[in-house]
Design a binder for this molecule. Structure first.
Ligand SMILES: Nc1nc2c(ncn2[C@@H]2O[C@H](COP(=O)(O)OP(=O)(O)OP(=O)(O)O)[C@@H](O)[C@H]2O)c(=O)[nH]1
Length: 310
């Protein structure tokens, strides 16, 4: 009578959709089910007697594992997300609960780990986050992302007493490229402009695409405006070099407006608006140039949030 439920239990554990692993009190694996083997990519014989460290991905620091072990060694279950590495080297993410099993004296004899594979959900969440923060054409950070990065840079600059330069760049007569060569070449030009801008600044600087033919560059840890002058001139020069797309040679130019933190302001949106106004000034002067914001330049009023009208 007792045998039947035990056999049923063994079959249920062995074939459960969740990956299940039992380790002895030293942390050596003594039992795994089929789902655990499928998920990790290891055969049962390759896992027996080994430490689960075999599956470590290197994605968690020592404090993470210290907290996990101190929880289960104190007799409490640990639950959390864990990134593991399959036998073939690929990472997977599991939601895992590890329960310590105790004997009648309260001594830990085994640990049972039950895993639920959440790699697909994680992937989807990362894809959505990428979409929300990146421009799909160029792969650059989008407006929302740029504003958040500028926010953070302002906070860091305030602490460190550094200057920042916000550059607003707009291509001159980009519409003509679309109109004469087609939207696809226009898209290629935007992608190439993004690459050139990215290549012209330091890794720590940010290049973003706000939309259309508008890009922004954030120069952080600025010691002197000479550096901003040099970067702006380099951006004007690099965009002014002809582009070649198959048989098509495309010539474009950039107008750049610059605002400086803290000289011109300390607010994220205000700095962006000032750089935008300075860009219009540079464009009105003939384009292919940069200009710094000054108090005489008109900043466009913010859009009315209730009507959406400017
Ligand atoms: N190919 C392409 N065109 C786009 C995209 N987004 C916006 N545009 C076009 O970009 C153009 C931007 O307009 P403007 O900046 O006013 O045009 P412009 O000729 O550069 O004008 P100036 O800045 O005054 O020199 C518009 O024609 C939009 O249709 C895109 O993703 N791809």
């Amino acid at each position: 009578m007792l045998k039947k439920p035990q056999a049923l239990l063994a079959r249920a554990f062995a074939t459960a959709a969740n990956a299940i692993m039992i380790a002895d009190r030293h942390g050596h694996m003594v039992w795994v089910n089929q789902a655990f083997c499928r998920l990790s990519g290891y055969a049962e014989s390759e896992l027996m007697g080994k430490s689960p460290d075999l599956l470590r991905s290197g994605q968690h620091d020592t404090a993470f594992y210290r907290e996990l072990w101190s929880t289960i060694l104190s007799g409490r279950p640990w639950q959390g997300e864990l990134i593991e590495r399959r036998k073939d080297g690929a990472f997977y993410t599991v939601n895992q609960i590890i329960t310590p099993l105790q004997d009648s004296h309260g001594n830990i004899t085994h640990f049972i780990a039950i895993q639920h594979d959440i790699s697909a959900q994680r992937c989807e969440q990362e894809r959505i986050a990428r979409l929300a923060y990146h421009d799909s054409l160029t792969g650059l950070p989008n407006r929302q992302c740029f504003l958040e990065l500028l926010d953070k840079a302002i906070a860091a600059a305030a602490l460190q007493g550094n200057m920042l330069a916000v550059m607003f760049l707009d291509l001159d007569k980009f519409k003509q490229v679309n109109d004469t060569l087609g939207h696809a070449i226009g898209d290629q030009l935007l992608i190439s402009v993004a690459e050139r801008l990215h290549g012209a600044v330091r890794k720590s600087d940010v290049v973003a695409r706000l939309g259309g033919d508008e890009f922004t560059v954030l120069i952080s840890e600025l010691q002197h405006t000479d550096h901003a002058n040099a970067v702006a001139q380099q951006l004007v020069d690099t965009i002014g070099q002809p582009f070649a797309f198959g048989p098509h040679k495309v010539q474009t130019h950039a107008s750049i407006g610059i605002s400086l933190y803290p000289r011109d302001g300390v607010e994220t949106q205000a700095l962006l608006d000032q750089a935008d106004a300075a860009m219009y000034h540079a464009k009105r002067q003939g384009g292919s140039a940069y200009a710094y914001w000054s108090a005489g330049m008109l900043v466009a009023p913010p859009a009315n949030p209730s009507t959406g009208a400017a």
